[in-house]
Every structure is written in C-alpha cells, then in structure tokens.
Design a protein around this ligand. Structure first.
Ligand code: SAM
Length: 237
C-alpha cells in the first residue's frame, strides 16, 4: 500500500492544491502516495450542519464541537487504522525534519485541521495517542496549509519521488546543519565569481569547503542548531 494522508477539514476543496503539482503531484498520479479528505461537516447532527459553538466561559470566537469532530476522526481511523493521528495546532511540538522522516517511514497520517479558535479539548483528551504538531510560532486561520506543509515534506522523502535518493543527504537539517551555498554557470556573473574550490575538480577539497560553509552559516544564523550540533559531534570530533 502506498503512503496515505487522510485530511479532516471543513474545506476539502483546498486539496490537493499545491500537492497536485510538480514532483509531488506526479508521485500521486504514479500511485506513490494517496490523499483522502473527510468533510468534518458531514458529521454534524442537526439540519443546519453546525460544527462549532460559542466557547464555554465566554470570550471571542467559536470552538469546534467535540461530538462532530470525534465522529469525523473516528471515520478516518476506520478507513486508515494504522495511520498516525496528528492535530495541527500552534500549541503542538514544532515540526522538524526528523519528525517528517519518522512520519514518512510509517504507513501514513490522519491530519486533523482546526478552524476558528480550535477544537474542544475533550477530543484531544479522548484521542490521547494523537500527536499535536505546529509548523511554527505564528498563527494561521486554519490547519489546511499546515497539513499541506507536513504532507509535502513527507512525500518528497518517499522512494522514487525525487530523482536521486542521494539528493536528500546534504540537505538542510539532515546532518544537523543548514546547507552550504549552491552555484551554477556562468562562472562569472556581474563580476561575481564561483568559488575557486568548486571548479577545482578536487572532490575532497570540495567536500571540506561545503562542510565549512554549512558550519559557518549554521553558526551565524541558527545558534540553537549549532549548539545541538556541537553537543552531538563532541564525542566524534
Ligand atoms: N486559538 C488558537 C491558538 O491561539 O492556539 C489558534 C487557532 S487558529 C486561528 C485555527 C486553526 O489553525 C488551529 O486549530 C490549527 O488547526 C491551525 N493552525 C494555526 N496556526 C498553526 C500552526 N502554526 N501550526 C499548525 N496549525 C496551525
């Protein structure tokens, strides 16, 4: 079975969206992964198809009802019993490349997208094996673009989606460092030259140059990653 994503949303028409294009879209038409959506509103109980209500305790906004969301979620679990359940929320653990790798190696994901102020806490308590994931420290209007980000990051790691498997190895985060800078032709552009080492044909020197650049850039831009990298390489360096 291919890797599968099942998205629970009030806006299924937003999918596949960007995921229907380029390498990830091609991979979908080749059957390397599949995308299913569930309209949460289909699980509403009243004739107005109500999915939300005012927050208990007062305050602004609306909250998604636990009964409606849970029924949708449980339908997703019925369809994909082995998939990892994920709720996209700014309160979740930040999404990282290693989490992406872990999710891509599994059978697939069920992605619950919130809207309004979010989801009644009791759904999360009831499904306490559901992971809460954030795509960053900012607030979106809904989980749909966050779900899209997570799926794109996972699908590009699936076998055969990106030409050469090796093209992942040097990428940002894979070695705990940001990536080194890239250059292509022409050799001189507006007076700016391609670094000489890269034209030397000397494989080992090129590797060293790239590694040093990756270290420099990480140190400058991401002291948090740099500290973790130093900690991790302390024994082996
Ligand atoms: N009241 C919530 C809070 O302050 O944490 C924000 C709710 S937001 C307006 C509506 C929905 O968008 C959330 O339930 C979540 O599904 C999604 N969302 C917003 N920002 C997100 C982020 N950084 N990562 C993942 N999902 C996000």
């Amino acid at each position: 079975l291919p890797w599968t994503a099942c998205v629970l949303t009030l806006f299924p028409e937003m999918f596949p969206g960007v995921l229907g294009h380029s390498l990830v879209g091609r991979a979908m038409s080749e059957g390397r992964w599949s995308l299913d959506t569930i309209q949460i509103r289909d699980f509403a109980h009243d004739k107005h198809k109500t999915v939300d209500d005012t927050p208990c305790g007062g305050g602004a906004g609306l909250v998604m009802r636990p009964d409606v969301v849970a029924d949708g979620l449980e339908e997703a679990v019925k369809r994909f019993p082995l998939a990892k359940k994920v709720f996209l929320t700014p309160r979740g653990k930040p999404l990282t490349q290693s989490k992406v790798r872990e999710l891509a190696q599994g059978p697939g994901v069920i992605l619950l997208c919130g809207r309004y102020e979010g989801i009644d806490q009791r759904v999360l308590d009831e499904h306490d094996d559901m992971e809460e994931i954030s795509i960053g420290d900012y607030v979106l209007n809904g989980g749909e673009s966050a779900a899209t980000v997570l799926m794109e990051a996972c699908v590009r790691l699936l076998p055969g989606v990106i030409g050469k498997e090796a093209s992942h190895e040097d990428e940002s985060f894979e070695a705990g460092l940001l990536e080194y800078p890239h250059y292509t032709r022409p050799r001189v552009w507006r007076g700016r030259e391609v670094p000489e080492t890269l034209l030397s044909g000397h494989h080992e020197k090129i590797l060293t140059w790239r590694k040093n650049q990756a270290r420099r850039i990480t140190q400058e831009r991401r002291p948090d990653l740099w500290a973790a990298y130093c900690e991790q390489t302390k024994g082996s360096a």
